[in-house]
Write a protein that binds this ligand. Structure first.
Ligand SMILES: [Zn+2]
Length: 83
């Protein structure tokens, strides 16, 4: 089976999943999914998902990985709170 996710995408998705700014992608039992080259998988119940929402995959459009946009947003919020 050909990989459907690149190493960059896998790394990006897994960082997004661990950030906690937004609800992570989960299986039907609420477990947090992790990315591998064949898609998303639940390590606990074995659920697999071969699609990933475009909003998480399209980070290349802005040239900034999705998780970094949120890290920047969080930094900005901290700075604003200090004003
Ligand atoms: Zn599960």
């Amino acid at each position: 089976m050909n990989p459907i996710l690149s190493q960059d995408q896998i790394s990006n998705i897994n960082k997004y999943q661990s950030l906690g700014f937004f609800h992570p992608l989960t299986c039907n039992n609420g477990h947090i999914l992790s990315a591998c080259d064949s898609g998303l998988i639940c390590d606990i119940c074995g659920y697999t998902q071969s699609w990933v929402p475009n909003v998480i995959l399209d980070y290349k459009h802005s040239g900034v990985p999705y998780h970094e946009r949120f890290l920047r947003l969080a930094t900005l919020k901290k700075l604003i709170n200090k004003l």
